[in-house]
Ligand binder design. Structure first.
Ligand code: SF4
Length: 358
């Protein structure tokens, strides 16, 4: 999602005549697009911002913008004051849910440039010249999983109109030669625009001329249904790949996480996918060390993971995100136990891979 957002902002800058560089020293405008999904990502972004102080002293005309999810957390007056005291050299803040304000900021900044005046007439498809294949179909999320900060940083789920999504894909095929698209949303399968649901959207997109392949990320197990599975099964354009975050195999932990499904529901869902699409690739995410996770809870996760024989998975040690419901629970699993559980999970993924190679 952050890659797609960065591409959107890079596209606005390019529309206004800017040229992309990977060298901060050569830049006149720097946008730091941040992620807060884990504390580590947020710390890295803030620490990088600190390193730009010297550059700004050397080049006072340099404009620095702090964007994305960490910027969204600065809505509180006190937080914002502390941030501006610490980083007085930042010229603007662009929250993740309000990236469209960047258009106005850049327009004002470069108002004298002929490219900016021309850019005002371009349809609202902002893409950099090295456009990525991601197309956002919905913003935000209304699920409020207890550990997750996304609903606070990106706001509630808002689906984009199908016509807008289709024009963006058509633009990418025509002007950027991209024929393999990945549809993005925090929870793609809860997509809903008037009477168009996610399966309908997939069918409409598959019909776009020139599009060769379309995939989607990320699906929520509680919103995955037979209509979507069937749509994928019969299509020769939709990638037969499902990323379905499980998070835990223990119903008690799933309920504390506010995930809205049980381990049995999840197992059943994977069974349906595998029987309708025998060559489906199913991947998942797991969190270890969620508050109060016992050995027994963890063993349930481990056992489900072995059972499901995922093609791949991503495992994370739980880290509390301030402001979420889980942050009010005690982070009571010692780091060494989180680490040990993580290693035991990672050992599982190696086995099927080895078996496949034999
Ligand atoms: S569905 Fe995903 S993005 Fe939404 S709250 Fe849950 S973990 Fe966060």
């Amino acid at each position: 999602m952050n890659i797609a957002d960065s591409d959107y902002m890079a596209g606005i800058l390019e529309d206004c005549g800017c040229i992309k560089t990977d060298e901060p020293d050569a830049s006149d405008i720097i946008v730091i697009n941040t992620c807060t999904v884990r504390q580590h990502a947020e710390d890295r972004a803030v620490s990088y911002l600190g390193t730009l102080k010297k550059l700004k002293e050397k080049k006072p005309h340099l404009k620095i913008y702090f964007a994305g999810c960490a910027a969204s957390l600065l809505t509180d007056e006190k937080e914002l004051r502390l941030f501006t005291q610490r980083f007085p050299f930042v010229d603007g803040i662009i929250p993740a849910g309000k990236l469209n304000i960047f258009r106005g900021i850049v327009g004002k900044l470069l108002s004298d440039s002929p490219a900016t005046r021309e850019a005002n007439n371009i349809a609202d498809v902002r893409r950099s010249s090295e456009a990525c294949e991601f197309v956002t179909i919905s913003h935000g999320c209304s699920n409020y999983c207890s550990y997750c900060i996304v609903p606070y940083t990106r706001g509630p789920l808002i689906s984009r109109p199908p016509s807008e999504i289709i024009s963006e894909i058509t633009f990418l095929i025509k002007h950027r030669n991209i024929t393999d698209i990945t549809l993005l949303g925090q929870n793609v399968n809860s997509y809903k625009w008037q009477d168009v649901n996610f399966a309908d959207l997939l069918k409409k997109i598959s019909a776009i001329e020139g599009l060769e392949t379309v995939g989607f990320l990320t699906s929520h197990p509680k919103d995955m249904n037979e209509e979507i599975i069937e749509t994928v099964a019969v299509s020769n354009k939709i990638r037969k790949s499902f990323h379905l975050p499980l998070q835990s195999g223990s119903d008690r932990i799933l309920s504390l996480m506010n995930r809205g499904y049980t381990a049995a529901h999840y197992k059943n869902l994977v069974g349906k996918i595998r029987s309708s699409i025998p060559d489906a690739i199913i991947t998942t995410d797991i969190i270890v060390g969620f508050p109060t996770e016992t050995d027994e809870d963890f063993e349930k996760t481990l056992s489900l993971l072995k059972d499901m024989r995922f093609e791949n998975f991503f495992a994370f040690k739980y880290s509390p995100r301030p402001g979420t419901a889980a942050a009010a629970m005690p982070d009571d699993i010692p780091l060494e136990i989180k680490e040990e559980r993580l290693q035991r999970l990672l050992a599982v993924i190696k086995k099927p891979a080895q078996e496949k190679n034999q």
